[in-house]
Design a protein around this ligand. Structure first.
Ligand SMILES: [Zn+2]
Length: 400
């Protein structure tokens, strides 16, 4: 390979003018909900970066022109929480849950067994299909966690495969305590914080833990702290699954350790909200309403969190147990209908908000120098993402 446009970077040589944009959502922080809306706009993309943003009438020439004919263009959606490396599904568990069986995290073992039994090629194909499904709905960045291997080899394999599709890879060896360690949790913790972390870290940017005292399969505050501190010492950033099944210590632990994100936040006390508001520059509350939908749980009050000064993000948590949806537009619609957000607040949380939870400033907004990750709607406004719920109007704007 030679040159910055050599085969392998996937982008066309030269520049592209995207014009005819009826509504451009820049998420530059200005205007209502920080959406930075512009009408009759154009964007010039050069290679993999945005090179110019402005009025269509003033746009410079480019090597190629794409006219989107009045459609809305927004930053590619950022799905900052997903579990995509798994085999099999758990449709029967979903069906039982809808018939009244409560969820306690135990079903993860079913996916662990199926994933361990799958070949590299099978997992690679499943992962590629899921990423393609996301792109077709407007998602341009996805975080991918391990957590269905739970052995040194299987966790390292999951992260190695995940790193083939994203730079946002997260080691989740502390997803659940696998059945073979049920009688000796301390030994599993030693494995996760020792040899498993050592094998995983070269392929991971983040470490995560399912901190949930309400599940016998998940990890207590003390155990979660050990996992996070070990991950931090290995150079990984911190993320936490917390406060999903009931009030718990996950939020306070995440804030105390300066985690980039604490995810779920289904059950929050007043102290939790205060802590998140005080830490809003550091720790983002990532809300996963597809999980509340798929587990018939109460939705957190996203509008109240915003009003309190908390930084929020939206993500799918796409996984075979508690939310087998890869659709960020679905999540945006749920956030509007069930969590009190305006359409604009939900779009901001699913772009700039989730980018912040990944500590990224090059995605989740459209400005000179950001990545040329654009989504386009078969609609004139971002409002239609929730207004036309369930209709496939969003897709990635492919400039390759
Ligand atoms: Zn999750």
């Amino acid at each position: 390979m030679t040159g910055r446009h050599a085969a392998g970077d996937g982008y066309r040589r030269g520049s592209t003018l995207v014009t005819g944009i009826g509504e451009l959502v820049t998420c530059d922080g200005s205007g209502p909900d920080g959406l930075g809306l512009r009408t009759d706009a154009a964007v010039v993309v050069d290679g993999d970066r945005v090179a110019w943003v402005g009025a269509a009438a003033a746009a410079p020439a480019a090597d190629r022109v794409v006219d989107v004919d009045g459609r809305a263009v927004l930053p590619g959606l950022v799905d900052s929480h997903a579990h995509l490396v798994f085999a099999g599904d758990r449709g029967a568990e979903f069906s039982a849950r809808m018939a009244g069986t409560p969820y306690d995290g135990g079903g993860i073992g079913v996916s662990v067994a199926a994933t361990r039994a799958a070949s590299d090629d099978e997992l690679r194909r499943l992962l590629a299909d899921r990423v393609a499904e996301m792109r077709s709905q407007g998602t341009t960045t996805v975080e991918v966690k391990s957590g269905y291997g739970l052995t040194v080899q299987d966790e390292a394999r999951a992260l190695r495969l995940a790193a083939e599709v994203t730079s946002e890879t997260t080691f989740l060896g502390a997803h659940v305590v696998p059945p073979e360690y049920a009688a000796d949790r301390a030994a599993y913790l030693d494995l996760v914080t020792g040899p498993m972390l050592e094998a995983a870290a070269p392929h991971a940017r983040w470490v995560d833990v399912f901190c949930e005292p309400h599940s016998a399969h998940a990890f207590t505050a003390e155990e979660a702290r050990a996992v996070l501190v070990a991950g931090r010492d290995a150079g990984l950033g911190l993320r936490v699954h917390g406060n999903q099944l009931g009030h718990g210590p996950g939020v306070q632990l995440a804030v105390e350790l300066g985690a980039a994100s604490v995810d779920h936040c289904t059950y929050l006390s007043g102290d939790d909200v205060d802590a998140l508001a005080d830490a809003s520059d550091t720790t983002v509350a990532t809300l996963l309403p597809g999980v509340e939908f798929s587990t018939r749980s109460p939705y957190p009050d996203a509008e109240g969190l915003l009003r309190a000064g908390v930084s929020i993000a939206l993500a799918t948590d796409c996984n075979p147990g508690t939310c087998y949806s890869s659709s960020m537009p679905f999540v945006i619609a749920l956030a509007v209908r069930e969590m009190g957000l305006t359409p604009g607040q939900a779009v901001h949380a699913a772009t700039a908000g989730s980018a912040k939870s990944l500590r990224r400033t090059d995605i989740g907004r459209i400005a000179v120098g950001t990545r040329a990750d654009l989504a386009v709607l078969d609609a004139p406004s971002h409002v239609h993402l929730s207004y036309r719920a369930g209709v496939p109007i969003a897709r990635t704007l492919e400039l390759r």
